[in-house]
Design a protein around this ligand. Structure first.
Ligand code: ADP
Length: 254
């Protein structure tokens, strides 16, 4: 129930595989570390990866008297997670649905999940601007504060698609918090030298062009994926890393 949510943060990207779920989970984990009560809603119906990323795949959603009870990552119930992945029999099950069925599932996620009082609901979306995005935008009215974070990799092909996300946000009236450039080079763990495997700076230039805040660059860091798999945040576990600093700054600016 969105009436129980103070602020929604949508995580959007033009392409798949650019790190949207990684950004969503690290953002949610950082918010939890900073003492907030957080929900993480995965609306990527055809490719739900949040249960896998957070190692919650064996968990099930239960029906309570007031609605679906999310899966909690921690015993203090500071981070609750909802994903269609919890409703599928196996990880290999495919969701082959047309738009109206997808929309009604998302409406149910927004209306029937008993989030309890949340400071933040982070929504991990599928790539692009499809039925899922439109349904979310149409149903966010009960929440006063909504904004979007756009994720891209530095390559021109990914940047091009983020331009479409900017247009989508402007058309639907959702404020854009800023752009994150992910996989922006590989930082050597021994000498900290950064190799720009996929070029660099594209996200920053786009932010300047579109007059949007640039939220920072995340290097390719295998530890990030490994930590999330244990439900741990880079912010707490590798506090001196670029990733931890970017998420720390984002959360402090909220
Ligand atoms: P999306 O949600 O956009 O499809 P994911 O967050 O699932 O992308 O990321 C795709 C893959 O890339 C995952 O295996 C993830 O662990 C990895 N990944 C994402 N960002 C990083 C990063 N900064 N460093 C290392 N691996 C990353």
């Amino acid at each position: 129930m969105l009436e129980q949510v103070k602020q929604v943060i949508l995580v959007l990207s033009g392409k798949g595989g650019v790190g949207k779920s990684t950004v969503s989970t690290q953002l949610a984990l950082t918010l939890k570390e900073k003492g907030f009560k957080v929900g993480l809603l995965d609306i990527d119906l055809c490719g739900p990866s949040v249960p896998y990323i957070l190692n919650l795949e064996c968990k099930n959603i239960h029906q309570g008297p007031e609605g679906w009870i999310p899966v909690y990552l921690d015993s203090e119930q500071r981070l609750g997670v909802m994903s269609i992945g919890f409703l599928l029999n196996s990880r290999n099950d495919a969701v082959v649905w047309r738009g109206p069925k997808k929309s009604s599932m998302i409406k149910q996620f927004l209306e029937d999940v008993c989030w309890q009082d949340l400071d933040f609901l982070v929504i991990d979306t599928p790539p692009g601007t499809s039925d899922e995005h439109i349904t979310v935008m149409e149903n966010l009215r009960p929440v006063k504060h909504c904004s979007a974070i756009l994720v891209t990799t530095p390559q021109e092909v990914a940047i091009e698609d983020v331009r479409k996300e900017i247009t989508f946000c402007r058309k639907t009236g959702i404020p854009i918090m800023g752009i994150i450039e992910n996989m922006s080079g590989y930082e050597c763990p021994t000498c900290s030298h950064c190799t720009n495997i996929f070029s660099s700076g594209g996200g920053h230039s786009l932010a300047e062009l579109a007059k949007l805040p640039f939220l920072g660059t995340l290097p390719i860091d295998p530890r990030v994926g490994q930590l999330a798999g244990q439900g741990l945040s880079a912010f707490k576990e590798i506090p001196d890393s670029s990733t931890s600093k970017v998420f720390g700054h984002i959360v402090d600016s909220l």
